[in-house]
Each structure stands twice: as C-alpha cells, then as structure tokens.
Ligand binder design. Structure first.
Ligand code: THU
Length: 131
C-alpha cells in the first residue's frame, strides 16, 4: 500500500473523531505485514485523562484482532497540519515495531516519513525485560 493510500484511510477515520473538548480531530491507519489496515480516531472523555488518541485506538483494534506485526502508520489531523504521535502513542507503538514507518502529511500536499526509532530514541521496550 502506498503512503498516500494509508493517509487516505486515516482521513476517513478522522470523520468519526469524538473530540467535543479539544475540537482537534485525529485519524490514524496502521498497516500490518499481511497487508491489513486498521483505523482509529481520537475518543475524548469528560474526564480528560481517559481520552484515547487515534494511534492507540488503531493499535487496540489491530491487536484485538490478533495483529501485532506492524509496518507503517499514517496520522492526520483535521486542521491539515502535520501531527506526529504524542509520547504515550510513541511508547505504545514502540512495543510492537521500533522500526515502524510513521507517515504524516506535510504542509505542502506531500508526505513526511519518520522511523519510530527516530521519534523515540533510546526507547524502552520488551527486549529490556528479556531474561
Ligand atoms: N491526539 C491524538 O489523537 N493523537 C496525537 O498524536 C496527538 C493528540 C488527540 C488527543 C486529544 O483528543 C486531541 O488530539 C488533543 O490533544
């Protein structure tokens, strides 16, 4: 799947964003190694700390369906600007795929691509807990 196709899937997910408090809509689409794609949107809560970001919503759907082998994630925000994952989402993603490709729209109609390692350098992951 091309980066722009994954971005389009994230844009579709954005439509269901539940963000009555921040009004900041986010959509994410995560690509698995078998080609399947899981989407998520941010889901806010009156108890603000219970909010879940779009990236983690997508990961939860994928893992609940038995997918943990991730290749790429696209993230879009309703304002059209670049939205890189927050720290908690970086950690969640790092658990499964430190080399994950993180794809975001840039400000000129193109795409930006990062490697998760680059966004979360020296991250703490499951390897550290191996006996
Ligand atoms: N948000 C995401 O869904 N993903 C991010 O990477 C950044 C932030 C959401 C959480 C909250 O609903 C809103 O954006 C404002 O922080």
């Amino acid at each position: 799947m091309r980066p722009d196709e994954l971005i389009n899937a994230a844009k579709q997910a954005l439509e269901n964003s539940y963000s009555p408090y921040s009004h900041f809509c986010v959509g994410a689409a995560i690509l698995c190694s078998d080609g399947s794609v899981y989407t998520g949107c941010n889901i806010e809560n009156a108890s603000y700390g219970a909010t879940i970001c779009a990236e983690r919503a997508a990961v939860c759907r994928a893992v609940c369906d038995g997918h943990t082998d991730f290749v790429a994630i696209a993230i879009v925000s309703g304002d059209g600007g670049t939205c890189t994952p927050c720290g908690i989402c970086r950690q969640t993603l790092y658990e499964f795929a430190p080399g994950l490709a993180v794809i975001c729209p840039d400000d000129h109609g193109g795409t930006l691509e990062f490697e998760l390692d680059e966004l979360l350098p020296h991250g703490f992951g499951p390897k550290r807990l191996e006996p």
